[in-house]
Design a binder for this molecule. Structure first.
Ligand code: SF4
Ligand code: SF4
Length: 248
């Protein structure tokens, strides 16, 4: 049974496939020069199905079908764009036309996301970003508690060490992967020691904008991806810092 909204699929792609994408799809000569640059191709005994240009064949096909594809078809797309390409862009550097396969794959991922199809882990992370401003669903309260706990623990080793939070006018807003407060606070402690010894003028933000991962980008959820970046810029602005330190 076709559970897919064909009109939505068609409209989504039609409005996003502009001149650049159309040109790329048209000028690809299927020369295969990109094949050997792809680690998936090489790791799969040079399986022709793993040639980068072949992986984006769905785009023209879906448009030709005016979006009339079924769930089974989209499962194949899913398998290709998530299990056969990690959007490293290596192939782009070797294509004589500079065709950006990763960007085309990203468009397919976005089309799937629009149909509510994405890996479970990414979907959960996106919910967390939307609700908590970070991928691990750390509350603002737990985040600040963790920083303070890191400060206490580290100050036992380096007397006088402090970890600044919301310091207006600091030189740098320091951001982390949300997995650090959740699973690896020792990384934050090590960073605090380095900053202390180096005399670095930095601050953490107590409010969203401190998680520098952007997993929404990987499934083409542009809206959430944009909000994540905006959160950081907003805090950098409010705290009047000169730089943002990104660990990811
Ligand atoms: S993407 Fe570029 S390198 Fe790869 S087959 Fe097409 S034209 Fe050749
Ligand atoms: S962008 Fe995708 S297709 Fe191109 S080399 Fe990387 S993994 Fe292979």
């Amino acid at each position: 049974m076709n559970e897919i909204n064909a009109q939505k699929v068609n409209d989504f792609l039609k409005t996003r496939i502009g001149a650049r994408f159309k040109t790329w799809l048209k000028i690809c000569t299927h020369c295969g020069m990109c094949a050997d640059t792809c680690h998936f191709y090489r790791a799969n005994d040079k399986d022709p199905k793993m040639i980068p240009s072949y992986k984006v064949r769905f785009l023209l096909d879906i448009l030709k079908k005016k979006g009339k594809v079924d769930k089974e078809y989209l499962d194949k797309v899913y398998s290709t764009v998530y299990h056969e390409c990690n959007m490293c862009r290596r192939c782009t550097h070797y294509c004589p036309f500079g065709i950006d396969i990763a960007l085309l794959i990203s468009l397919l991922r976005a089309m799937l996301f629009d149909q509510n199809i994405a890996p479970e882990g990414l979907r959960k992370a996106i919910e967390n970003y939307r609700q908590f401003g970070n991928q691990m669903a750390v509350t603002d309260e737990d985040w600040v508690d963790t920083i303070q706990w890191c400060e206490e623990e580290t100050a036992e080793e380096l007397v006088g060490l402090t970890i600044p939070i919301d310091k207006v006018g600091a030189k740098m807003l320091y951001t982390v992967n949300a997995r650090e407060p959740m699973f690896y606070p020792q990384d934050m402690m090590e960073a605090a020691k380095i900053f202390y010894v180096a005399g670095e003028d930095y601050t953490y933000s107590s409010k969203p904008g401190w998680d520098d991962t952007n997993l929404a980008m990987f499934c083409g959820d542009v809206k959430t991806a944009r909000t994540i970046v905006e959160n950081t810029f907003k805090r950098a602005d409010e705290l009047e810092v000169q730089q943002v330190g990104v660990t990811e």
